[in-house]
Structures are given as structure tokens and as C-alpha cells.
Design a protein around this ligand. Sequence first.
Ligand code: SAH
Length: 472
Amino acid sequence: MNAKVYLVGAGPGDSGLLTLRGYEVLKRSDVVIYDRLVNDSILAMIPEHAIMIDAGKSSGNHTLTQRDIESLMIEHAREGRVVVRLKGGDPFMFGRGGEEAESLMKAGIDFEVVPGVTSAISVPAYAGIPVTHRDYCSGINIYTAHDKNNLIPELTNTASIFLMGVSNSHALQEKLLCSLSPDTPCAVIERGTTSMQRVIHTRLDSLHDSVMTNHIEPPAVIITGNIADMNLNWRSHLPLRDKRIIITRPESRAEELSRMLRDEGAEVISMPTIKTSVIHHALDGINLSGYDWVGFTSVTGVNAFFELLCESRKDIRELGHAKIAAIGNATRDSLHAHGLNVDYIPDVFDGVHLAEGLSKMGGRILMFRASEGTKEINNIFMKYGIAFTEVCIYRTDYVKLKHVPKFADIIIFTSASTVRGFTHNIDTMRDVIAVCIGSQTAEEARREGFTRIRIAEGASVIKLFEAVMSLA
Ligand code: SAH
């Protein structure tokens, strides 16, 4: 990708509302300069190598001035980096995106604008308010509540949408009362599209009171006009709508679970704490024939095995008539997809039970494993005096997390190494509920200081999902 600046809209919060183009450029960025409103779930997508710069402009507490931000973008782009300027909602909707584009143009820097889903329209939508509807409203106006030009809406059949209105709600109410009736419907939506979303329906003459008594904090969207009474609420029955869930397993293996949780309304932060890589040439010089059993302990192991088989120009037929053992259903399915049927799966899906089972079958055993897999498997084979060969074909490393979310309701751990990868990076959140696959993972979570632990009743995505649903 060429060095240039991408002005990217991150959407209102829900990571599903980031555009495909936004995701694509973010994944290829070298530098990301982001605003305070950008959701943790989107910051967690920033690649490991990228430089992250918090432009963190909270009102009255500017960490970087607008001019600093503009010079940083220009400097990094001139040094040949792919710069993403990541802004909440849409970059050109009250985000100074226009000013930033102007300064890039003046400096002769190439840039691209990646529009985002603006909070002005999407946040009402998540609260069940369509911003136009033939029966209630024939147009919309979008205002900043800090309006320099003193424009005020005059018609209730026009929806007016105000951004940045929380700190200004009193003045806003007074101004609107000059032209609108006191009983004009209003809705206030705080942290829309996230697990913290709150919606308040009120009347114009109680707008400020409602903001105060409900302790509404920014960011919030205020909408006035007849349309604000609508409540096509499609979210309130979703069982996980108020849950923020961190998934720690590598992204390629987290997709299905993320989707299932999002379908139930959850805010999901995909935050892999480990990454796996194949150990190149691990199969070179290894004789695959002459074994009675060949065992696989994970889907990652199966994928690594076939990659290495290809790398070392070996042929699967070298395995001959060896029987195949897999740790659980997911590993079995992955072997099956490669044309290998599985002859044995233990009742309990873990390494110890796999080794116990194989020991009872006897014969010569070949195991393909992770380099840091539990030594308990070896101990069991030794206990039964079983001859076995172990080949380590992939390794697991901790990811260096660039961004740590401030809070969550649930963290999902799918292996002991995902727990260690988390605690390696983060020393808070031990009071968050940890949903763990299997007793070894739960044991590790306990050792690392988690106190509220739930164990999924089986090592599958469905069982993990059910364990989370039981917390709804
Ligand atoms: N460019 C942004 C707006 C930036 S101004 C966009 O297109 O959405 C910041 C204001 O946006 C906040 O004060 C608030 O009024 C609104 N806002 C942004 N995200 C929001 C959210 N998740 N829920 C409610 N309001 C939000």
C-alpha cells in the first residue's frame, strides 16, 4: 500500500459498523492517530507493528492540539508510512476531518477519505428511531449543540439531531423552546451501539432535567421532533445486548464464536493474546512410516502438519496404515477436511485423556504437538511404558497488546496459553468473569488471579457460547 494518509471513519462504536475499506486500510497501517471516541474493539484491530498515537481530545483537556495532529500526519506520511487518521463516526461529520484534509492538501500529501457510519443516524437507529418516516417527519437537520451560527430548528415534522449536546443541554433546551412547543418529543441516546447504550424518551421542557437526573454522560445524541417518540426497539430482547466480551483466541479461530455472540447483541472485542507459527522444517528427515497411531492435539496442529508436509515435499501416504487420533471434534473435523478419517477421540477433550486412551491401545505412537504443550502427555505415556515419538510442529507466542480496554463483562479463554498471554500484558480485570474451555484452562485462570471462573461443559464453540448465554 502506498504511503499516504487515510482519513477513516470508525463508526459509532459497534465494530461491525466499521466499513470494509476502513478495516482494510487499518490492517495495513504503520501509524494510527486516533480520537477518544474510537471504540476499544476497533483499536484492538490495529496491527502489532503500527505506532499508535492517542489524539485524546477530551473537552478542555487537549493532549494534542489540532495543529500537532496535522503536523504528525504530514511528518509520518513524508517518511513513507501508511498513516490512518481514525475518527469516531464519519470523519467529515463534526470531526474536523475537513480541516485535516485541507492541511494535507496544502502540504501536498496524498490522502484518501474513508467515510464512516455517523452516530447522527446510526445511534438513533440502534435506539429504534428511524431518522425519517413518512408519517412523522419529512427531513432531518444535524447540528452541533455548540452552534456558532445560532441556527435553530422550527418544525416538529423535521427531526433535529444534536451532537455534543450533553454539557450544553440547558442552553439547547432554552434555545429550542423559542420556536418549538414544550411537549416536543425528545430522545437522548448515550453510548449508542455499544453494550452501555441507554435511551431516554422525554419532552423538550424536561430535556435538561432528564439529562441531569439520569446522569447522562457524553457521548450522546439528542434527537427532537415527533420521530423521537418512536421506539421500534429491535435490541431490547437480545440477551447479550449489555455485555462486553473479550475473546482471546487467535482471530482465525474466533470468527464463528464472535458472530454467534454478536447475533445475540454482545459487543465483542477480538483481542488475540497468542499467535501460533509453524516450526519450519520440523518434518525434514522425520520418518512418518511404521507407526500404529498418529495423534493430533489441535486444529492449529493439523494445519501446521499439512503446511510442513508440503514444505518438505512429503507424501501423506508415508503414514501408511497408522490409525489417527484427535483430541476433540474440531480437530477431527479439520483432519476430515484433509481426507483423513479419525479412529479415536477421547471422551474428555484434553491431552491427558488422549494420552490415557492411546496408552490403552498400545503400539507405536507418533504425536504432532505444540512446542510448549503440557508435559503431562509425556508423563502418561512413560507411566504406561509406551514408546512414543513427539514432533513439535508449531509454537505459540504471546502477542504484545498495543491497546488494553478499560473494562469488560466477560473474557473468554480457550487455552491455558491464552490466559498467560492475557496476564502477560494486562494486570487489571481479574474480577471480570472468565469463561474457560476445560479444567486446565480454568486452573490457569485461577492461578493467574481470576476469581469468577466458569467452565464450558465441553471443548467446542457451542459449549463456550452456551456458557456465555447462561450469564445473560
Ligand atoms: N464524527 C462523529 C461525530 C464527532 S462529534 C460522527 O460522525 O458520529 C462527537 C459527538 O458525536 C458526541 O459528542 C456525540 O454527540 C456523538 N457520538 C459519537 N459517538 C456516539 C455514540 N456511540 N453514542 C452517542 N453519541 C455519539
